[in-house]
Design a protein around this ligand. Structure first.
Ligand code: ZN
Ligand code: ZN
Length: 336
């Protein structure tokens, strides 16, 4: 089958033929109809986070149709529309049993990080990793739900954002634009930060009360909170420039939530955190139940996916270049 594979940092993905695994008894083979390109793809390509093996098929936002089912699979059949949960979790370990499949101790695979992902015609996964995709949700939207939207649901839960609180979303890519909508749904006041006018306009359309540049945000948050500061700051950029600004926006008992990966160190004064009881929290990926919630919210029209472009798999390297250049508002989806 055709697939787009990573061989090493700072090299384009290679479009080539790769084997497709036949489903075991409890597994399902899914024909990929759409795969989203996440910021994490750039982390691999730029060498921040090496995948467990090379070559590796990247892509962890996958939606498609069931093409083949293993002998023991009862609840799915050929032709079913599905979103794929990209942590191929064991279902038996301490963290799976507590509902944190993103922390599974015995993963059977993890798209793009540990095992081949969805920039390919097929993926083979345990049937328990599938969420049914209703007709109201397109494959393209379904794919983006698998990481960007679902990761925001997880981050919201980590932040314990309460109605009436003020949330700052630093970064308005795929995850940020979902967070804007979800924080709004929860009854928070939402300030989005980006350097891109297009992204700021999109954040406003999706419900941000204010969408501003980094230079403006201190004043805006100050005005909005009567000088008290933000209750939650979601840090989605993680650069040396953004992290001190994010920290400076927090009010008393404020929570700074890091989402995803950064290679940059952050210097903090524990004393400064202690006196205001501020906290730094971290959020990685999402749980299986959160993917079910994301699909449900999308089907009910409460969570919109911003799809910047849909491209054939052959154009994946161009799409990665556009993402790196900061030109993409929302998600680019490829159709293998
Ligand atoms: Zn992702
Ligand atoms: Zn597990």
């Amino acid at each position: 089958m055709r697939s787009a594979r990573f061989y090493g940092p700072n090299e384009p993905l290679r479009l080539e033929d790769a084997p497709v695994a036949e489903p075991g008894a409890d597994e399902v083979k899914v024909r990929v109809r759409a795969a989203g390109i996440c910021g994490t793809e750039l982390h691999f390509v730029e060498g921040l986070y090496p995948p467990a093996k090379t070559p590796m098929t990247l892509g962890h936002e996958v939606a498609g149709e069931v093409a083949e089912v293993g002998s023991a699979v009862e609840n799915f059949e050929t032709g079913d529309r599905v979103a794929v949960y990209y942590y191929l979790f064991c279902g038996r370990c301490r963290w799976c049993l507590r509902g944190f499949q993103n922390l599974c101790l015995a993963l059977r695979g993890l798209f793009a990080f540990v095992s081949d992902g969805g920039f390919a015609e097929y993926v083979t996964v345990p049937a328990h990793c599938l969420v049914r995709l209703p007709e109201e949700v397109s494959f393209e939207e379904g794919a983006t739900l698998c990481c960007s939207a679902t990761t925001s649901i997880h981050a919201l839960s980590v932040a314990e954002l309460q109605p009436g609180e003020t949330a700052v979303v630093y970064g308005a890519g795929g995850v940020g634009l979902s967070l804007v909508q979800l924080a709004r749904l929860r009854g928070a006041r939402v300030v989005a930060i980006s350097r891109s006018e297009y992204k700021l306009a999109t954040a406003r359309e999706l419900g941000a009360d204010h969408a501003v540049t980094p230079a403006q945000v201190g004043e805006v948050v100050g005005d909005l909170t009567g000088g008290l500061g933000a209750d939650v700051v979601f840090e989605l950029v993680g650069s040396e420039e953004t992290m001190p600004i994010a920290l400076s926006l927090l009010g008393k008992r404020g929570r700074l939530v890091f989402i995803g990966y950064t290679g940059h160190p952050l210097t903090v004064s524990p004393l400064a955190l202690v006196v205001d009881e501020q906290q730094i929290r971290t959020s990685v990926g999402n749980s299986f139940a959160e993917l079910e919630v994301a699909v449900d919210l999308a089907a009910r029209g409460l969570l919109k996916s911003v799809i910047a472009d849909v491209r054939p798999l052959d154009e994946i390297n161009d799409a990665l270049d556009a993402l790196r250049a900061g030109e993409v508002v929302g998600r680019v989806v490829v159709t293998p």
